[in-house]
Design a protein around this ligand. Structure first.
Ligand SMILES: [Zn+2]
Length: 255
């Protein structure tokens, strides 16, 4: 009798555990592959969009064959190819590089007058408590003008990323509402991720986006989440295993 009760209680426990929504840890970075691999032409990963969503609702990346820019915002993943138009990514699309987190803001800064990307970067640098942590950064508002880019899909043998970026397609837009998402990374991350700033953009109407090159923001807000924990998963593909990495160049930097 006692045994049976224990058994019932055990099953009640299991069922109630399964019914609970999984607790999502905020501001833990999940990164797939390393930037040195992408720089060297590792454009074949084995992480699906569906899997990536389990690790974050905010971030950026790219797709296999470097087929456009990836933006991750509010739990949705978009692909922005060289036509500059975001399309929600199919669940089975695969990524060779991505960085995501469940975003939670620790610091909010209001933007009340027009400022350049450079001025916003300086504001963020001044606002963070330390150079030695990672930060998720979200900038939302009205942009006076914004410039983004995407890159054309590649075929094997893959050229390195610098060669691909030489053929980037840039887009410019004036008077657009939207969100810039990305990261501010410490110097020591060099090679693993992009040091300093890396941002992507998605317009509020979901009609425009890409890897951010420049902007002037009219008004809005900056939200910063401090990241003290990160996890990096490396691809199991032959392309990853067999490619010789090179030292990361500064062409990914939005200086
Ligand atoms: Zn990018």
């Amino acid at each position: 009798m006692k045994n049976q009760l224990t058994k019932i209680l055990f099953y009640v426990f299991i069922i109630s555990t399964l019914a609970l929504p999984q607790k999502k840890e905020t501001n833990v970075l999940y990164q797939y592959s390393v930037i040195n691999a992408l720089s060297a032409g590792v454009y074949e990963g084995d992480l699906t969009v569906n899997e990536l969503k389990k690790y974050g609702d905010f971030g950026l990346g790219t797709f296999n064959n470097i087929d456009g820019e990836m933006v991750v915002l509010d739990g949705k993943i978009y692909q922005i190819k060289t036509d500059g138009i975001p399309v929600e990514a199919a669940k089975n699309l695969i990524s060779p590089f991505a960085a995501v987190t469940f975003f939670k803001s620790d610091t909010n800064i209001e933007i009340n007058h027009p400022q350049t990307l450079q001025q916003i970067k300086e504001k963020i640098d001044a606002a963070v408590p330390s150079e030695n942590y990672l930060y998720a950064v979200k900038i939302s508002g009205e942009f006076k003008k914004i410039k983004t880019r995407s890159v054309p899909k590649q075929q094997k043998p893959f050229p390195d990323l610098a060669s691909v970026i030489k053929n980037q397609i840039t887009f410019e837009k004036e008077r657009v509402s939207g969100t810039v998402m990305g990261f501010k990374m410490p110097e020591f991350i060099d090679g693993v991720n992009v040091k300093n700033f890396h941002f992507h953009f998605l317009s509020k109407d979901k009609n425009f986006g890409g890897h951010l090159l420049d902007f002037v923001i009219e008004k809005g807000k900056i939200e910063i989440g401090i990241i003290k924990e990160f996890r990096c998963q490396l691809p199991s593909t032959e392309n990853y295993a067999k490619t010789k990495f090179v030292k990361e160049e500064s062409y990914l930097q939005n200086k």
